[in-house]
Ligand binder design. Structure first.
Ligand code: ZN
Ligand code: ZN
Length: 116
């Protein structure tokens, strides 16, 4: 398991996700208990692995994020990240980024700044 830094739900200080509790305020760090669960990296809420929105902090899961449209799922990323920008030379870096997200890194959680 990769160790990552997460923000404490209570005091917002950076703590290791392998810690049992926050060293600053002592708040317990929630742990993933099931194979179909994952943890929001922004607020530590335990979510179902199929969830695309965190009910704790409104973070959204996807391959790419755009404030007006929210997070892009796989189809949206292929169409709006890969195919459409590839048609124009200026959009090529976006296509490379989209391909990297789709095939290398997978989806991630984005802090929601606009649309749900
Ligand atoms: Zn804390
Ligand atoms: Zn969250």
């Amino acid at each position: 398991m990769v160790m990552a830094l997460i923000n404490c739900k209570d005091c917002n200080s950076e703590i290791s996700d392998s810690a049992e509790a926050c060293p600053k305020c002592g708040a317990p760090v929630p742990k993933i208990v099931g194979p179909d669960e994952e943890q929001c990296p922004h607020c530590l809420t335990i979510l179902h692995s199929s969830a695309t929105k965190c009910h704790g902090c409104r973070a959204v899961k996807g391959y790419m994020y755009e404030p007006r449209y929210g997070a892009f799922g796989k189809t949206g990323t292929i169409v709006w990240g890969l195919i459409v920008p590839a048609i124009t030379i200026i959009g090529l870096p976006i296509s490379v980024y989209a391909a990297y997200r789709l095939f290398v890194t997978g989806p991630r959680w984005f802090v929601s700044r606009g649309a749900d």
